[in-house]
Design a protein around this ligand. Structure first.
Ligand SMILES: [Zn+2]
Length: 150
């Protein structure tokens, strides 16, 4: 197991290299900040503890699974209401970044509704979610978590 601080840095280097048509979190952030609705979403202490415990690469993997299961179909089940307001850090991040349903993905990220998401789009959405989580979580090193085994 790698220490999680290395995972965050590794992920940041990786995202900078990836070319994507979707704008990245850094560019998106000023727009999100101006949205009253988006900017009211924040991680709970339990969410932050979970992030500290599991590390970002695990959470990013979970984000990809959630996107695949709930958003990637051309016409997702229950679209517009498929993302709970709380209960998982990724759900909160999805609302905070306009990645919660296909209508919001269209409005905030220019991804058309009515067709399946591409692999590149799933990766880019996971990057935006991970970017927000990194920014929102702040310094997690002070949060006690189970020490790495190796
Ligand atoms: Zn939405």
């Amino acid at each position: 197991m790698r220490r999680q601080s290395q995972c965050w840095m590794k992920w940041q280097r990786k995202t900078r290299r990836r070319a994507s048509e979707m704008i990245g979190y850094d560019e998106l952030k000023p727009r999100l900040t101006r949205s009253k609705f988006r900017s009211r979403f924040h991680l709970s202490e339990a969410d932050r503890a979970y992030l500290a415990e599991r590390g970002l690469s695990t959470i990013r993997g979970q984000a990809k699974k959630i996107i695949r299961d709930r958003l990637s179909a051309a016409h997702p089940f229950n679209d517009g209401a498929q993302t709970p307001m709380r209960g998982h850090a990724v759900f909160v991040a999805q609302h905070a970044t306009g990645c919660c349903c296909r209508g919001c993905l269209a409005k905030w990220h220019g991804i058309p509704e009515g067709r399946e998401l591409t692999e590149d789009e799933i990766e880019s959405i996971a990057d935006v979610i991970a970017g927000w989580l990194t920014d929102e979580a702040g310094d997690l090193s002070k949060i006690p978590h189970t020490p790495d085994l190796f």
